[in-house]
Design a protein around this ligand. Structure first.
Ligand SMILES: Nc1ncnc2c1ncn2[C@@H]1O[C@H](COP(=O)(O)OP(=O)(O)OP(=O)(O)O)[C@@H](O)[C@H]1O
Length: 510
């Protein structure tokens, strides 16, 4: 890097929430053209710190300097005017507006553009072409997959022309190819003088993209140094403060009976096309089957038909020989099916409910949680305290609303609820998305434990390493069709990657 010019300095930042000291005297600098990765366990204070930089929260103490000038960033609009662009961990898009309308909302009132739909469309297409970010300008947000929504968020910021980009887990929902493209894009932007703050739990990406890392633990900076001085393992240790050992799956020679069986299942997507086209797939007792695929190829619809959230147009779904096709979600829960949905905030929890209420959401009508129509407060409190401790959910107490937890901790609440219910069949969509490496290790252990206890587990993920590590078989879904099912021990990153792009031996030869 040429001579370092300081772009941003956050000095002695303190932020308190009731019962939590989220930022405890945090200081760091960011130089022009630098990509700085901020690392830390779930709840370490990363998002809070960035929300302060973006004017969403005001610090209780400390100061911010942009180009050596002290600034008081009061609002996100002020942050935009200072050239700060933020891509949030949870999308800030309006579901019932189109892509153009969402981008226009961000641009409106800035000096770049007036609210002019044709101009916004042009701007989107220019940015999308420039950076190779594919987007459907007229689609409604609710019709898009999570990966596509992420792209809209990026386009929104890029349309604003920010020169200090903050990306809070930007690759959480991206495919490996999209991630590589984003990394190349960020490096390119940095070369042109843009400064980037990159928050991620994926340490191989941190290694690939960043110049420097700043590690937070419990709201404090515990390390600040050059990325090249570290391996992925040493970064993991810096973050967790302990050694991380990923669990290993032992090969089995036999499996139990078929617990989940999909036979020629067809379903429509939100835009009316056939999102699932004759999916035939089974999971046996004691088996983990992975679904690999680029987001938007039918994964969401697959999870939803199994859980009664989307209509099966044709075909059958069986749980242990009982047909559950088009039953209600409650009836399917009663068939002992657990579900970790893709959208943790809107489908996995009720954000305004407390952690404790979210834990018992599926069991509140049954003993021991309820007796003679009354909730058993003592039992619920004990249960909640136990889950908070086992899953290391970082929350001031069980009464705190889920909405105020950090992203990774919300995911832990869902995982704790679903895994502890010990279902016969578990559908886990992106179970470790947003989790720090220590928590991901724990989830993998629990999924393997469910397998060893003769449960059937279906894991939908784009993390190929995750799938290769824990799955007995891996099915690749492409445009609503299961292209191939590979035994876990035979699958490789490259074979899965090719299938995810729709390349089979048959069409490769053409
Ligand atoms: N609005 C809020 N009200 C109360 N507590 C909050 C609020 N926002 C964050 N917190 C708390 O502050 C702490 C830091 O949260 P933050 O979201 O900054 O963590 P993080 O490092 O981004 O975690 P993750 O990796 O899980 O996203 C957590 O304990 C969280 O529960």
């Amino acid at each position: 890097m040429p001579e370092a010019i300081q772009h941003l300095a956050m000095q002695n930042i303190v932020k308190r929430f009731p019962g939590v000291l989220a930022c405890d005297q945090i200081s760091f600098e960011l130089y022009a053209g630098e990509i700085l990765a901020i690392l830390g366990e779930n709840g370490a204070g990363k998002t809070t710190l960035m929300n302060i930089l973006y004017g969403l929260y005001h610090p209780d103490e400390g100061q911010i300097l942009i180009n050596h000038q002290k600034v008081a960033i009061d609002t996100p609009r002020h942050a935009c005017e200072l050239g700060i662009g933020m891509v949030h961990q949870h999308f800030m898009l309006v579901p019932n507006l189109t892509v153009i309308e969402n981008v226009a909302l961000g641009l409106y009132n800035t000096s770049f553009l007036k609210l002019d739909v044709a101009a916004v469309r042009k701007r989107i297409l220019k940015v999308s072409e420039q950076y190779g970010l594919e987007v459907k300008p007229d689609a409604y947000i609710w019709q898009l997959s999570v990966g596509e929504q992420q792209r809209v968020e990026l386009i929104k910021v890029l349309c604003l022309g920010a020169n200090l980009l903050v990306l809070d887990e930007p690759t959480a929902a991206l495919t490996p190819q999209e991630t590589d493209e984003l990394i190349a894009l960020l490096k390119d932007m940095a070369q042109q003088g843009c400064s980037v703050i990159f928050i991620s739990h994926k340490l191989n990406e941190v290694k690939a993209v960043s110049n420097r890392v700043c590690v937070l633990r419990n709201g404090r900076v515990v390390y600040d140094g050059q990325t090249t001085e570290h391996s992925v393992e040493s970064l993991a240790e810096k973050m967790a403060g302990r050694e991380i050992n990923l669990p290993v799956r032992h090969e089995k020679s036999s499996y139990g009976e078929m617990l989940l069986d999909l036979q020629d299942v067809w379903a429509k997507g939100d835009r009316g096309f056939d999102a699932l086209q004759g999916v035939t797939l089974s999971v046996r007792a004691g088996e983990i089957v992975g679904i690999a695929g680029v987001s938007g190829n039918g994964q969401r619809e697959l999870a939803e038909v199994i859980n009664g959230l989307r209509k099966v147009e044709k075909g059958r779904i069986l749980i242990e020989k009982s047909e559950i096709t088009n039953l209600t979600p409650q009836q399917i829960i009663n068939h002992d099916v657990g579900y970790i949905p893709e959208d943790r905030l809107h489908e996995g929890t009720i954000p305004s409910f407390s952690v404790r209420e979210n834990f018992i959401m599926k069991d509140y009508a049954h003993p021991p949680i309820t007796k003679k129509g009354f909730l058993q407060e003592k039992i619920i409190n004990r249960y909640a305290a136990d889950l908070i401790q086992k899953f290391q959910v970082k929350t001031p107490d069980a009464q705190t609303s889920c909405a105020s937890l950090s992203g990774g901790n919300i995911q832990k609440v869902i995982l704790a609820r679903e895994l502890t219910r010990n279902p016969k069949v578990l559908i886990a969509a992106y179970p470790t998305r947003g989790l720090d490496i220590g928590a991901a290790e724990y989830v993998h252990r629990r999924l393997l434990e469910a397998r060893d206890n003769n449960k059937a587990v279906l894991v939908i993920s784009e993390e190929l390493d995750e799938l290769l590590n824990i799955c007995d078989r891996i099915a690749v879904i492409y445009e609503g069709v299961i292209l191939r099912i590979l035994p876990g021990k035979e699958a490789t990153r490259s074979s899965l990657g090719l299938l995810m792009a729709g390349v089979t031996h048959e069409n490769k030869a053409e």
